[in-house]
Design a binder for this molecule. Structure first.
Ligand code: PEP
Ligand code: MG
Length: 764
């Protein structure tokens, strides 16, 4: 059964049409568990009905014609129970409902498995038998596994059918009724703002599966791209095989590479891809189609050896694709103010290379509000939606989209009324920004006279002018890793010093907090790869730099040199989890300082701070506060580690919430303990830019808030309309509540009472 399962999964993964996927499933499953019938029913939420979408065994004329209301019959019962139902005689069950058009009178044994996605029923997989007996537990386990696979395929196919329907292409099957309406795809807000434009699908360094079809102008150029990628892979394979032979690997083990070369040179592979290019698809799309054809062919074979080759074919295809990428990476020439980038994910590096004016928005299948790419997009002011699970990247290229970075909704080929509504919102938003801009030179002072300095977060030198214009009173977090990420090697002391100096002199005498290199997690350097199973729990931030004092010392020296004569430097250590790390880092900083003094530089010792991102130091705050000059709470990571929720994982993003009472308790404890040592506390995570959360931070007596430039005006507006005394009362109430939703409601109601709700909602 395992073999069969693997084969079905492979087939499903290489098929893009939902009806074909369902046909494959019902036929293969029926055969594998020796059932007499296998059928799939899908649920239409709008109509609240289940529809028979595929069957092997029942009357196939009924496909698309048999509908059951929610609450009716066994299929519905299975979906409601969200639990498999295994019966020896379905007809005796009180919920059984006979559909004569199905010819199912003679079937008794019944197993129904719910097909669910994110806790919602998408449909039911049913097997039936003539005999009055239950299916075995093994069969049930097998069906549960298949149903889980099916959920992903259905989600993808539903989304792509929606596009077909909207683009008025032939809709020659039964499934279009599933999502023919104009319901948006749902993701999460990544960066505020609204983008209207044409999708440009980017495949970046991602899987061959995600390569879109894309029309081309120059067939010969695409054929050349394909040939040169093939040639590079050939060269790579030959040199690898030569290397392994010289390392002493037996010839027979290296023979697999000869097989690869044969495959690459095979006429069917090359000609089939070139035919597809000649038919008008770009090289990468043509390659994907050929590879999937081969995969399908091989996985249908009964020979286990040939089936195993499926993996090799996929790997080879991926290698050729990777080579093409070098040639065909970001389609810069296709980007414009009227385009929206659509991708599985894009690296922060890639984004850092794009100018804001190059694109209108970004829509990503992966990621969450606190992914670094979302943070960067926010800093650059590019409306972004992340975590759109159902995003059919491949089919979107060229479609018109509306990406709503406030609500996380993405409309595909929207009708006129939706387009008009969004155009109106864009207009309103510009008016609001105008109003907020008027606040730039006014202080962030509460109605009871408490001043909360607002700083800006940054990482790009290009951010500095907007930071100053927004009225920021300092840079509260300069993420130094971005300059590292856009280079091909570690930048040297002089190079770094120049960058830091530019930032510090632009802001002087206002303070600038430079954070030392925070790589690892989701920020990697191409020239210093870190491969780990759990990168967020691994070698990250200060752990890397303490292990590499040579890299750390260059950075510390560069920072100190950059601040000569300006003396507005604050140095912040990321990812601290123990007191000894603070001591070690401080000692290295002192060493750099002494070295520079000895070399004749007139450096001054900067203020030293620690990021509170790891829960362990929340509980040692008093001791830490006693040995540093300031602390800055990195709520993005603190929430991730407190809640055990990967900040980039859209599947668990619902659990990630700054208003969770546990998070609020932790933050309050940090502020209270640090204040006992009389040191200032700032928040530089994204929480500081969320107006609702910022009210609570104000009530907890936060000293500084550091946000992205785009959030800063709203936070200032909120602070100027609130008193700290009111905020303190809200904190007391919030800390006694049991969940984030209740706290959010209380805060929103409070803002509505004051007439501030509209603005705040528009901002998030
Ligand atoms: C944080 O973790 O809150 C933070 C500001 O750091 P980064 O987002 O760069 O990890
Ligand atoms: Mg962090």
């Amino acid at each position: 059964m395992l073999q069969t399962l693997r084969r079905i999964v492979q087939e499903v993964n290489s098929t893009r049409e939902l009806n074909t996927v369902l046909e494959i499933i019902v036929q293969r499953v029926k055969r594998a568990i020796e059932a007499d019938v296998c059928s799939v029913y899908l649920f239409d939420k709008n109509e609240a009905t289940f529809t028979l979408m595929a069957t092997d065994g029942l009357n196939s004329d009924s496909v698309g014609r048999v509908h059951m209301s929610y609450g009716d019959g066994l299929v519905s019962l299975v979906a409601q129970r969200t639990d498999p139902l295994n019966l020896d005689d379905a007809q005796e069950h009180p919920k059984f409902k006979l559909f004569t058009s199905l010819n199912e009178e003679r079937y008794h044994g019944f197993t129904g498995i719910p097909i669910t996605h994110h806790r919602e029923a998408l449909g039911v997989l049913v097997v039936q038998s003539e005999s009055r007996s239950r299916f075995s537990q093994d069969a049930v386990n097998f069906l549960v596994t298949i149903a889980a696979q099916l959920a992903g395929a259905i989600i993808n196919a539903q989304a792509s059918k929606q596009i077909l329907a909207f683009s008025q292409q032939t809709v020659a099957n039964n499934f279009t009724n599933i999502r023919q309406d104009h319901r948006p795809l749902i993701g999460q807000p990544g960066a505020p703002g609204i983008a209207i434009g044409k999708a440009v699908s980017i495949t970046s360094s991602f899987s061959l599966n995600a390569v879109p079809d894309r029309p081309i102008d120059d067939v010969n150029n695409e054929i050349d791209i394909f040939h040169s990628a093939l040639e590079s892979v050939r060269r790579e394979i030959k040199s690898l095989s030569f290397q392994l032979l010289s390392d002493g690997l037996p010839t027979e083990d290296v023979a697999v590479f000869d097989a690869y070369l044969l495959m690459l040179d095979s006429n069917t592979f090359i000609e089939s891809t070139i035919d597809k290019i000649r038919a008008g698809n770009w090289a990468a799309g043509a390659l994907r189609a050929t590879i999937f054809e081969h995969i399908k062919l091989f996985s249908e074979m009964d020979n286990p050896y040939l089936q195993e080759r499926v993996k090799d074919i996929r790997d080879l295809g991926q290698s050729v694709f990777n080579q093409m990428q070098g040639i065909n990476d970001l389609p810069i020439d296709k980007l414009s103010k009227e385009t929206i980038i659509v991708a599985e994910d894009i690296s922060a590096t890639m984004l850092a290379e794009i100018e804001k004016t190059d694109i209108s928005g970004i829509v990503l299948k992966s990621g969450s509000q606190t992914s670094h790419v979302a943070i960067l997009a926010r800093a650059m002011g590019i409306p972004t939606v992340v975590g759109v699970n159902e995003l059919p990247i491949m089919q979107l290229d060229g479609s018109q989209l509306v990406a709503d970075g406030y609500s996380g909704k993405v409309y595909i080929s929207p009708p006129d009324n939706i387009l008009k509504e969004y155009a109106r919102l864009i207009f309103q938003e510009e008016e609001l920004s105008e109003e907020l801009r008027g606040l730039a030179n006014k202080p962030a002072i509460t109605t009871d006279g408490i001043t909360i300095p607002l700083y800006a977060n940054s990482g790009l030198v290009a951010d500095i002018t907007p930071s100053k214009e927004s009225g920021a009173e300092g840079i509260g977090l300069y993420r130094t890793e971005y300059p590292f990420m856009i280079r091909q090697r570690f930048p040297g002391e002089e190079e770094q010093s120049k960058i830091y100096r530019e930032v510090m002199s632009a802001m002087a005498p206002k303070p600038v907090v430079l954070r030392t290199l925070d790589i690892g997690g989701d920020k990697s350097l191409s020239y210093f790869p870190i491969e780990e199973d759990n990168p967020f729990l691994g070698w990250r931030g200060i752990r890397v730099t303490l292990d590499h004092p040579e890299i750390f010392m260059i950075q510390l020296r560069a920072m100190l040199i950059a601040s000569i004569g300006l003396n507005n430097l604050h140095i912040l250590f990321p990812m601290i989890s123990t007191i000894s790390e603070v001591q070690d880092a401080t000692n290295l900083l002192k060493r750099a300082f002494m070295e520079l003094l000895a070399e004749g530089y007139k450096v001054e010792m900067p203020k030293i701070g620690v990021m509170v991102e790891v829960p362990s130091i929340v509980f040692q705050m008093r001791q830490i506060a006693a040995i540093v000059d300031f602390v800055s709470i990195g709520t993005n990571d603190l929430i991730q580690y407190l809640m055990a929720v990967d900040r980039n994982n859209a599947n668990v993003a619902g659990l990630y919430n700054a208003l969770n009472p546990a998070v609020l308790h932790a933050i309050k404890q940090v502020i209270d303990e640090a204040h006992k040592e009389h040191i200032p506390v700032s928040v530089c995570g994204e929480m500081a830019g969320d107006p609702l959360a910022a009210i609570l931070l104000l009530g907890m007596s936060i000293d500084i808030l550091s946000t992205s430039v785009t959030s800063l005006p709203r936070i200032k507006w909120m602070i100027r309309n609130f008193s700290q005394t009111e905020a303190q009362k809200l904190v007391t109430d919030a800390l006694s509540m049991k969940d984030a939703a209740t706290i959010k409601k209380m805060l929103s109601d409070r803002l509505d009472d004051k007439g501030l709700g509209g603005l705040i909602r528009a901002g998030r």
